[in-house]
Ligand binder design. Structure first.
Ligand code: GLU
Length: 424
């Protein structure tokens, strides 16, 4: 049998194809010359599978979809505190190119509007031989898993008409948010906007964020979890500019649009989605792109606030093992976060004090968050204080060294079945 996912994507594309509303972004001459009917959709999973349909080989410029990644790179390289001194995290409720600053602090409201994005660009560390835009191109190539390039025509075309972005640059220099020549920084920002991608690249890039910063195909850790969380939060509240509230309620997926017609969306822990269709609405969002996201969120239950009640599944089974039925085994499954750990600890609370051997098997867990590990070991210590002997079976090596800390003595790396043989 063949998975129906590609058929579904094709179906969505054909359903939305009829919509020819919107205009090309004509304030950048080169963007006004593209084929308005190009249309593509891609979806990535957190294990690195990419499904795509339509014009999925066509490259287009990232434009504002580059902003969350410039923000990610700045956060990763200079840290949250330094970045927050220069750019806020409040939704502006204004257009993407609004000339405004936060009231008291005099810094841009967020990194998704142009003033914040120009500032973020200026925070990317660079070398004399490797510009900030080039640093970002390299970083995005790592996320996409292939070498991306700049579109020099779109870049030079936007340079000719970038009066508004220049005025933003000079305003930011006047108030001291920018500390260098605003011309060079604005040019660099425009260059960053001209990085070319296909929907497949975007889906892959989104997949890295959905996967907590780890490139699913190479297994390489490219971003810290805390950076991913920060970036996705800002995408959720500010990514769709003055339509962010509408987007959050109808789609509910952290996303960013670009005026060339792309939209990139990330559902944490689940999927990355990318759409390309060049006609845009008054907010600068691809019309058919918005259509597709709304439809997929509704039909596939992808809204962030749908929240699956995963905590109900943390205990796969609980039984007695060993020759004398005196070894208590708890097999866990799913993801160990706060709610699941609370449920596990409530179950362990039922163990009366005594000297039972209690085995906690982590083999079928898919992810252990730090809070999950902390609560698990807190439970282990309390069981030990009650007189029990506790063993944690982690045959898949899910726990990280930092999560294990001083608890290495209770860990067993063998498979559960093999470990239990000694009690037979
Ligand atoms: N390069 C464009 C600008 O700065 C990006 C705008 C967008 O994609 O929203 O005007």
């Amino acid at each position: 049998m063949q998975t129906p996912v590609p058929d579904y994507l094709k179906h969505v594309l054909s359903q939305c194809q009829r919509n020819t509303d919107g205009q090309l972004a004509d304030y950048i001459p080169e963007l006004a010359a593209v084929d308005p009917d190009k249309f593509a959709l891609a979806l990535s999973t957190v294990d690195g599978t990419i499904y795509s349909t339509g014009d999925d080989e066509v490259e287009f410029t990232m434009q504002s979809m580059s902003k969350p990644f410039a923000y990610a790179l700045a956060l990763q390289k200079v840290g949250l505190t330094k970045v927050m001194e220069k750019v806020g995290v409040e939704p502006s409720g204004e257009a993407f190119n609004q000339i405004s600053l936060e009231k008291d602090s005099n810094i841009p409201k967020n990194p998704m509007i142009n003033s914040g994005a120009i500032t973020t660009h200026s925070l990317i560390p660079y070398k004399r031989t490797v510009s900030r835009a080039e640093q970002l191109r390299r970083f995005l190539s790592g996320l996409a898993g292939r070498e991306l390039s700049f579109d020099s025509e779109v870049y030079t075309s936007e340079l000719k008409t970038a009066f508004r972005n220049r005025s933003l640059g000079y305003m930011l220099r006047t108030v001291g948010v920018l500390e260098e020549d605003p011309e060079a920084i604005v040019n660099g920002y425009i260059k960053q906007c001209s990085i070319k991608v296909t929907v497949k690249d975007l889906a892959m890039i989104a997949g890295v964020l959905a996967n907590g910063g780890i490139q699913p195909q190479t297994g390489k850790k490219l971003l810290d979890r805390s950076v991913v969380r920060q970036v996705l939060s800002v995408m959720l509240t500010c990514g769709m500019y003055d339509a962010a509230g509408d987007w959050l309620t109808t789609v509910g997926i952290p996303a960013k649009s670009g005026v060339a017609g792309g939209i990139i969306g990330v559902l944490p822990g689940q999927v990355g989605i990318a759409v390309f269709s060049p006609r845009i609405d008054e907010h600068g969002h691809s019309v058919r792109g918005v259509d597709i996201f709304e439809r997929m969120s509704r039909e596939m239950g992808l809204h962030l606030m749908e929240g699956t009640p995963s905590a109900q599944t943390i205990l796969q089974s609980c039984y007695w093992a060993g020759k004398n039925d005196d070894v208590r085994v708890y097999e866990l499954r799913g993801v160990l976060q706060f709610t699941e750990s609370e449920m596990l600890l409530r179950n362990l609370q039922e163990e009366p004090p005594g000297d039972t051997t209690i085995v906690l098997d982590l083999t079928n867990l898919t992810l252990i968050h730090d809070v999950g590990a902390r609560m698990l070991f807190e439970g282990v210590e309390r069981l030990q204080q009650d007189g029990h002997r506790v063993v944690v079976v982690d045959s898949e090596g899910l726990l990280s060294q930092t999560q294990i800390q001083k608890h290495a003595a209770v860990l067993v790396q063998e498979e559960l079945e093999r470990y239990l043989q000694q009690y037979e």
